[in-house]
Design a protein around this ligand. Sequence first.
Ligand SMILES: [Zn+2]
Ligand SMILES: [Zn+2]
Length: 192
Amino acid sequence: MRSAPRLPVWWRSVVSLSTSVRGIGDDFPIDLRSLTSRNDIEVREGEMAALGITLDADTIKVRSSLPADLKRLTTAHEIGHILVKRSRCPWLSSADEERFCDAFARELLAPVSAVGTMPASDVEGAAARFGITQESILLQLAALGIVEPLVSAGSGRILCIACGDRRRLLNCACALARGGSTGELPHYPLSA
Ligand SMILES: [Zn+2]
Ligand SMILES: [Zn+2]
């Protein structure tokens, strides 16, 4: 049996915050229109270079031309920034904010508790059920310890439980994979 991955120290907070923002009832795919309204968040759409931006503690804007699954992830990611602006994450360092918002977005739309009940082989079916990308499902499965902390997406991209699909951490476990090393990958390093 695969050992559970070590997750960032704020992972539990990602789960509890997303549960609190979702409120009661987990009908999937999550209805983001009613979720944002319940949380007093205004969502605007428009054409812009960024996928999404947080305008203030109550307003976000997402790029209107995004495919549906990416638009949902982007909206959920910006909701993460709203929580930071609303001082719901006092333990979060600014260096971790983007990774937190990515993890929060995945957990808001596809909680590990629900993803874990789906057959792990049916990534495509799970992505359709939760209305998010297959990459996000793979990362949730990695958080559950069901797939490797470093997984290769169908596109050949390396996904990393620490970096998500952004691949930004120089010292992360995925750095070796990015550099093409065939050596054994170090264990995910970013936990307490
Ligand atoms: Zn962001
Ligand atoms: Zn990484």
